[in-house]
Ligand binder design. Structure first.
Ligand code: FES
Length: 103
């Protein structure tokens, strides 16, 4: 599969960042270089990177029910470190890193 780039829009701030289709939404977000993003586990085990995806297609890996309930997952609430984008994505940040993203 060839690597493609997508644009990810953070609706909370209006920022757009580029993310490769073979990296997680979180990895792309880290390149924004904001302080405090994110010091989580990057492996689906801490819940700080929770986001709400409004539009776009993505592949997700198994997420801990401790952080994302089945109902949330059904509403496209996911952990950014467990999601790889397939198309342009629009999301808002709802986890603990929100205060850093939106600072
Ligand atoms: S960084 Fe820990 S769950 Fe995503």
């Amino acid at each position: 599969m060839s690597t493609t780039y997508v644009n990810v829009t953070i609706v909370d701030t209006g920022e757009v960042y580029r993310c490769r289709s073979d990296e997680s939404l979180l990895e792309g977000m880290e390149r924004l270089g904001k302080r405090g993003i994110p010091v989580g586990c990057r492996g689906g085990g801490c819940g700080v990177c929770k986001v709400h995806i409004h539009s776009g297609e993505y592949d997700k890996r198994v997420m801990s029910r401790a952080y994302v309930s089945a109902e949330e997952e059904a509403q496209s609430i996911v952990l950014a470190c467990r999601v790889k984008p397939r198309t342009d994505i629009t999301l808002s940040v709802i986890g603990k890193m929100k205060k850093n993203v939106c600072a």
